[in-house]
Design a protein around this ligand. Structure first.
Ligand code: NAD
Ligand code: GLY
Length: 357
């Protein structure tokens, strides 16, 4: 088993092991006091993994109950969140009991927010089952739901009590969902760890990555751990995790959140940010082409068309911006991110030049 300890205000372990799903009950019993727990999952993951989790919880002496919502981002809303809270109350969970988030980032974000707010906060455990949720969303304590006005607009910083990752769950992921996660995996190589970038470049396929999956998960989670420990509340350094995301949001908007997945948009956003960095003389020009090659190897797009007005809208809406300026995350070189304060107009001009607009 690989173990990382996250030293945030409420500290916790990340435990990575093939087959840990069947031992999750004993792991959870070591960190929570109560013996009632609510497993929150989606309609797809329920059929794949909820039985194994339920059986393990029973063996460890828990009384589990299972709450399922329809799979997909559209469920990450006030209505499902309300249903989860009502479910916790109907099943009489007390302050010593716990919530188990079983599934991808949607289950994790929403169950985490429910745990943060039910009875003013009860313990929760993350059991992420997508690559994205294993390398990103289950670590760091950001919980949220979407509002009509935008994604992740209501939420809380609320760290889990434990994160359990079974790399075996990744075997059932559709190709596109695996590739989405790879965009975030590649991101860590870009922003923090050149050696890891080269490691991935030498393993440019799902099969090769799965051959070393525990190392991949450990490396990504360790990168995220370092950033989150340095800036738990996202006032500074944590911003580097947004590499590729500002331009990525514009691509998601251009595709009306349907044409491109988040991972596809981030992938193209990273390439664009690296090319803009090169044009500004900040980024080693070879970095952009190396990122583009790795992105392509995992079936992700290196470019996405985006009208100038959509880019202007996305840059204007960026949560990390205030007034006329925005912090764009660029690279100095592979493995080293630099935040750069830029006028929004300058960002748009660079983007237009990149697209020949
Ligand atoms: P998701 O939870 O919707 O999962 C994607 C799809 O994969 C779903 O249909 C799900 O049912 C299915 N699935 C999950 N595990 C599976 C498995 N093992 N085998 C087969 N199918 C499986 O989406 P996601 O990509 O995991 O996460 C995206 C969400 O994460 C977004 O809402 C995003 O805002 C959030 N997010 C949060 C953070 C954070 O720090 N909290 C960071 C990044 C993203
Ligand atoms: N996924 C970005 C963050 O956790 O800050």
């Amino acid at each position: 088993m690989k173990i990382l300890h996250v030293n945030t205000a409420n500290d916790y372990d990340i435990r990575i092991e093939m087959g840990i799903l069947d031992r999750c009950g004993e792991e959870i019993a070591n960190v929570v006091r109560g013996r009632r727990c609510a497993v929150i999952t989606d309609s797809t993951v329920r059929g794949l993994y909820a039985d194994r989790v339920g059986q393990s919880l029973l063996r460890a002496g828990f009384t589990p109950c299972l709450c399922t919502f329809p799979a997909g981002e559209r469920s990450k809303n006030l209505s499902t969140y309300g249903e989860i809270l009502e479910f916790l109350a109907a099943n009489q969970l007390t302050r010593t009991d716990c919530v188990v988030a079983l599934g991808g980032g949607v289950a994790g974000d929403m169950a985490g927010f429910a745990a943060a707010t039910y009875l003013r906060g009860i313990d929760y455990v993350q059991i992420p089952t997508t690559l994205l949720s294993q390398v990103d969303s289950s670590v760091g304590g950001k919980t949220a739901i979407d509002l009509s006005a935008g994604k992740n607009l209501a939420g809380a910083f609320y760290q889990p009590r434990l994160v359990l990752m079974d790399p075996g769950t990744l075997e059932t992921l559709p190709e596109r969902t695996f590739s989405d996660g790879m965009a975030e995996v590649i991101k860590y190589g870009c922003i923090q760890d050149r050696e890891f970038f080269d490691f991935l470049a030498a393993r440019p396929s799902r099969e090769a990555v799965m051959g070393e999956i525990e190392h991949v998960l450990l490396t990504c989670c360790d990168c995220k751990r370092q950033v989150v420990e340095a800036d738990e509340r996202d006032f500074g350094q944590r911003m580097i995790l947004n590499f590729g995301h500002t331009l990525g949001h514009a691509y998601e908007l251009a595709g009306h959140y349907e044409a491109y997945t988040h991972g596809q948009a981030v992938a193209a956003g990273m390439v664009a940010a690296a090319r803009i960095g090169a044009a500004l003389g900040v980024t080693d020009p070879a970095a952009a082409e190396a990122i583009a090659a790795l992105i392509r190897a995992f079936g992700l797009p290196e470019e996405i068309q985006c009208p100038a007005e959509t880019m202007a809208e996305a840059v204007g809406l960026d949560k990390k911006g205030d007034g006329a300026e925005i912090t764009l995350i660029l690279l100095k070189r592979l493995g080293e991110a630099v935040p750069l304060r830029m006028g929004k107009d300058a960002v748009l001009a660079q983007f237009a030049a990149l697209c020949g607009q």
